[in-house]
Design a protein around this ligand. Structure first.
Ligand SMILES: Cc1cc2nc3c(=O)[nH]c(=O)nc-3n(C[C@H](O)[C@H](O)[C@H](O)COP(=O)(O)OP(=O)(O)OC[C@H]3O[C@@H](n4cnc5c(N)ncnc54)[C@H](O)[C@@H]3O)c2cc1C
Length: 402
C-alpha cells in the first residue's frame, strides 16, 4: 500500500503494479486541486524517468527544456550559464499535474492497481508489533503487508510511527505568483526559456516560463517574516517592486503587464529535514516524508523519483516471495542506499542558500559584484558551474527498472 500520490508515491505505485503486485494508492486530495506544484526536473530526475521506461514522455505531459540560468544583481547581468552545462540532457520544466496524471493512467492499466482518490489516511493499524495498514478518514481499515508513506513534508504517518525528523533551518519561504497569458506573452518571449534570478535592494526573486504557458515567479522571503516591507497591497505594487531591481528591458515588461495577469501570491512555507531512519516493521517512508527538500535548484521531485526507483527494485522481490522479515530488510536496505545521496544534495542546497543569502543581505558586496560584473561574472560562473554538477546529475548511480 502506498499513501500519497505525489511524485514518490505515484511512480512507486506504477513500478510495483507493473511487476504484478496488488497496490492500493491513497491520496487525500483529488489531482489538479493544488494551487502550485514545482516544475523543474534536473537531468538526475529525467534519468530516473528514463530508467522507469518513461522517456520520452507522451506529448500530453507539457514540458519545456530550459535554455540557460541567468543571474542579475542590482539590474546588472552577472552571468548566464547555457544548458545543458555538460549534462546529457538539459534541465526541463514539466507540468507536474500532467506527469502525475500520466503515471496514474499507466498504473490504472495494471490489473492489481486501485486508486483511493480524495481519501486521507488518518492513522496506522498495528498488529503483533508491526504496522499492518492504515485507517482512512471515512473509518475504513485497509490492511497491507507494507505501508509506504509518501505523504509529503508534513507526513502524518511519519509522526504516527514516531520516526524522528531532524529539521534543518529553513533557508527561505516562498511567495508564489503566476503571470498568465496572454498578458505575459512578451515576458515569455524575453525569457526565451531561461531561469532568471534577480537580486537587489528590494529582495530577490526567480522567474521562468511555465511548462503550462505563462510565467512562474517566486519571491524569496526570510523565514518567519510576514512579507516584504512595505508589503505590496495589489498586483500593480508587486509588479513595481519586481521592476525596481530588474534589468531595464525586464523592468519595462513588468511595468507594462496588466495587473489582471498576476495570480497570487500563494505562500509556500519551506520545510527542510532528514529522518536518519525511514522504517519501522511494516512501514517505509519515501520522498519528502523521509527528507523534506528545499526548493533550491529543483531537487525534491528528482530525489522522490530516485527513491521510488530504488524502492521498487528492492521491495518487489520481498513483497512477491518474502515474508515480513524480507520486507523489513528490504526497507532498511532502501534507507541505507538512499541516505548518502539525500545528505549530499541537502548539503549542496544549504551551500547554495548561504551564497544567495549573502548576496541578499550584503548590499556592498552586491553592488561591488554588479559594478565589476565584466570580470567577476565569468569567475563566478566557473565556480557556480562546478558547484552544480551533483545537483544536476545526482550522486548515486541508478539502475534501470527491470
Ligand atoms: C516552493 C517550492 C517549489 C518547489 N519546486 C520544485 C521544483 O521545481 N523541482 C523539484 O524537483 N522540487 C521542487 N520542490 C520540492 C518538491 O515539490 C517536493 O520535494 C516533492 O513534491 C516531493 O514529492 P513527494 O511525492 O515526496 O511529496 P508530495 O509531492 O508533497 O506529495 C505528497 C502527497 O501526499 C498526499 N497526502 C498528504 N497527506 C496525506 C494523507 N494523510 N493521506 C493521504 N494522502 C496524503 C498529498 O495530497 C500529496 O499528493 C519545490 C518545493 C517547494 C516548497
Amino acid at each position: 500500500m502506498v499513501v500519497g500520490a505525489g511524485p514518490a508515491g505515484a511512480s512507486l505505485a506504477l513500478l510495483l503494479a507493473r511487476r504484478g503486485l496488488p497496490v492500493d494508492l491513497i491520496d487525500a486530495c483529488g489531482h489538479g486541486g493544488r494551487p502550485f506544484r514545482g516544475e523543474g526536473l534536473m537531468p538526475s530526475g529525467l534519468a530516473a524517468l528514463a530508467a522507469m521506461g518513461l522517456q520520452p514522455l507522451p506529448p500530453a505531459v507539457a514540458q519545456r527544456p530550459l535554455t540557460a540560468w541567468s543571474f542579475f544583481l542590482d539590474g546588472q547581468r552577472l552571468f548566464e550559464a547555457a544548458e545543458p552545462m555538460g549534462s546529457p540532457v538539459p534541465c526541463t520544466l514539466i507540468d507536474q499535474d500532467s506527469l502525475l496524471q500520466e503515471l496514474l493512467a499507466q498504473a490504472g492499466r495494471q490489473p492489481g492497481f486501485q486508486f483511493h482518490e480524495g481519501q486521507a489516511a488518518t492513522d496506522l493499524l498495528r498488529q503483533d508489533g508491526r504496522i499492518a495498514g492504515v485507517r482512512l478518514a471515512d473509518g475504513t481499515a485497509l490492511e497491507a503487508d507494507l505501508v509506504v508513506a509518501c505523504d509529503g513534508r508534513e507526513s502524518l504517518l511519519r509522526r504516527r510511527a514516531e520516526l524522528t525528523l531532524e529539521s534543518a533551518p529553513s533557508p527561505l519561504d516562498v511567495l508564489w505568483f503566476r503571470l498568465e497569458p496572454p498578458g505575459a506573452e512578451d515576458l515569455v518571449h524575453w525569457l526565451a526559456g531561461r531561469f532568471v534570478t534577480v537580486v537587489g535592494a528590494a529582495g530577490s526573486y526567480a522567474l521562468f516560463p511555465s511548462a503550462r504557458g505563462g510565467v512562474q515567479l517566486g519571491w524569496a522571503m526570510e523565514p518567519g517574516r510576514a512579507a516584504p516591507s512595505p508589503t505590496p497591497a495589489s498586483p500593480g505594487e508587486w509588479l513595481a517592486l519586481w521592476a525596481r531591481d530588474a534589468p531595464q528591458l525586464l523592468a519595462r515588461l513588468l511595468r507594462a503587464l496588466a495587473a489582471a495577469s498576476v495570480q497570487g501570491p500563494v505562500r509556500l512555507p519551506v520545510r527542510v529535514g532528514l529522518c536518519p531512519r525511514w522504517q519501522r516493521p511494516g512501514l517505509l517512508l519515501l520522498g519528502d516524508a523521509a527528507h523534506p527538500m528545499s526548493p533550491l535548484r529543483a531537487q525534491g521531485i528528482n530525489m522522490a523519483l530516485r527513491d521510488a526507483l530504488v524502492a521498487a527494485g528492492q521491495l518487489a522481490p520481498a513483497l512477491l516471495e518474502g515474508g515480513p522479515a524480507a520486507i523489513d530488510a528490504a526497507a532498511a536496505a532502501i534507507c541505507a542506499e538512499r541516505l548518502p545521496e539525500i545528505r549530499r544534495i541537502q548539503q549542496l542546497q544549504q551551500e547554495e542558500a548561504r551564497r544567495a543569502d549573502l548576496l541578499r543581505r550584503r548590499h556592498l558586496l552586491r553592488s561591488l559584484l554588479a559594478r565589476s560584473a565584466r570580470w567577476s561574472g565569468p569567475l563566478l560562473e566557473r565556480r557556480w558551474r562546478a558547484s552544480q554538477r551533483e545537483l544536476r546529475n545526482g550522486v548515486a548511480a541508478i539502475a534501470p527498472d527491470l
